[in-house]
Ligand binder design. Structure first.
Ligand SMILES: [Zn+2]
Length: 233
């Protein structure tokens, strides 16, 4: 795992430089956002130990297995840490792929939900709440219940897979050749994902921290370019 610091509060920990988790420093310890692929728990734990603060909370942006893969192992390692996820994606986390009443018909790619997690959230979270310094922002589309997190101290935005930053920034609706799976297979509802890209841009983040690829400082121009290139549905 490869750890990089971005401002005073945000640390990106990257597996194979592709699949990211984030550690956010708070006064009482660390908030871990996402848990990466299966087999990443030891490396994430080492990265947190290097920061010198305990993991207090484990938060998921969304319930795809490249984000919850090491949840069970991390929960076993720090059972006192809260586990927080949206109510909608908590169902995906336990392997329930049924649609909710009134929800658009989307694609829930089964490959991203196996094996389901055994860990159950301590509680579910929703837009408008705060997790320490982080404002919870609804970011549906890639999954129905994806969440983004805006750090109120410096406007760092951790956006899950709403945007992806491998070889340049793109919206998750765009099937780029270098990383086509999110758009072709892994995104639940593209019109919703496109609306989320606009919504996150309007937050005027100071840096953008995606699920895949490097953290982007001052991302406004790149977000605009990504939105202009993105299919709307
Ligand atoms: Zn992902």
């Amino acid at each position: 795992m490869h750890a990089t610091h971005h401002g005073d509060h945000l640390i990106q920990v990257s597996r194979l430089r592709v699949s990211n988790v984030y550690l956010v420093r708070e006064d009482d310890g660390l908030t871990l956002i996402d848990t990466s692929l299966l087999g990443s728990a030891g490396a994430i734990h080492s990265a947190a130990a290097a920061v010198g603060q305990p993991i207090r909370r484990i938060v998921l942006t969304h319930a795809h297995s490249d984000h919850y893969g090491s949840l069970d192992a991390l929960h076993a390692a720090v059972p006192e840490a809260e586990v927080l996820v949206s109510a909608r994606d908590a169902r995906l986390l336990r392997g329930d792929r049924s649609a909710e009443p009134g929800e658009p018909r989307g694609r829930l790619f089964p490959g991203f939900f196996f094996p389901p997690a055994k860990t159950r959230p301590t509680r579910t979270i929703a837009e408008g709440e705060r997790i320490g310094s982080l404002e919870v922002v609804g970011a549906p589309g890639h999954t129905p219940g994806q969440l983004a997190f805006l750090d109120s101290r410096d406007r760092s935005l951790i956006c899950g897979d709403a945007y992806l930053a491998l070889g340049g920034l793109f919206v998750t609706t765009q099937p780029v050749l270098r990383f086509p799976f999110p758009a072709l297979l892994g995104t639940w509802h593209k019109p919703t994902a496109y609306e989320t890209a606009l919504k996150l841009r309007a937050l005027e983040p100071s840096r953008l921290a995606t699920g895949h690829g490097p953290v982007l400082p001052s991302p406004a121009a790149e977000m605009d370019r990504a939105i202009a290139a993105a299919p709307r549905g």
